[in-house]
Ligand binder design. Structure first.
Ligand code: FES
Length: 226
């Protein structure tokens, strides 16, 4: 059996070293659902081309704000349907693990469900149009901002938006690579307002939600000069 630990969220890309170490201990490999290399599709193709006849996936959620487990099955099902060459038997642990302990991984591996190719696809009528958002918030997940707490900034921002009942039709939140003023990390910018913030800790992120995104007034205490 070829085991693949699949990082589900951007936070799991940040924790690549932990995933790689846990995978090495079990003779497994690592892939990522988003924003990390190798992607799940690339890793499945690599294993299948190398002759793997059974592949098992375990989704890993070590941080916060991971996509739903169903996305692991969707992506795996899409790959399975599109696979041109010989297809291995592919199954997926039925729950995400939130730690990389042997006990947690063993427990997850006891309950698996096969991928058949009949899983929902990658499109939906609900995802056809650009959202109606008035503002886009760009949260830097470059190396320096990530090292200085960008994941907690993102978490506080999203939870603040949920509490304020803002959704994608109000504000679109996007992870980015380096936005350049790294000395001010963690950096957040708000467009089209052209307002940039530095040193955005969770408290500042919550203030940006209430003051800027809800109230319409930039937070001067963390605003960067333009
Ligand atoms: S890493 Fe965030 S601004 Fe450079």
């Amino acid at each position: 059996m070829n085991l693949v630990l699949v990082g589900m969220s951007v936070s799991d890309v940040d924790r690549r070293g932990h995933l790689v170490a846990a995978a090495r201990d079990r003779g497994a490999t690592v892939a990522f659902l988003q924003m990390g290399d190798p992607s799940l599709s690339i890793e499945l193709t690599r294993l299948a081309d190398a002759g793997a006849d059974v592949i098992t996936l375990v989704g890993v959620n070590l941080g916060s704000l991971a996509p739903a487990h169903s996305w692991l099955r969707r992506i795996a099902g899409h790959w399975f349907r599109d696979r041109a060459g010989a297809r291995p038997t592919l199954d997926v642990a039925t729950r995400l693990v939130t730690s990389l302990s042997s006990a947690d991984l063993d427990a997850a591996l006891r309950d698996r469900k096969p991928i058949s190719g009949t899983e929902p696809g990658l499109t939906s009528a609900a995802w056809e149009d650009v959202t109606g958002h008035r503002r886009q918030v760009l949260v830097c997940r470059g190396p320096r901002c990530t090292a200085l707490g960008g994941d907690e900034t993102m978490r506080a921002l999203v939870l603040g938006m949920v509490a304020a009942r803002l959704d994608d039709n109000d504000v679109l939140v996007t992870h980015t690579g380096c936005q350049f003023p790294c000395n001010q990390a963690p950096v957040v910018s708000v467009q089209p307002d052209d307002v940039w913030y530095g040193n955005v800790d969770p408290a500042a992120a919550r203030a940006i939600v209430t003051g800027h995104l809800v109230g319409g007034s930039p937070i001067e205490s963390h605003r960067l000069p333009r």
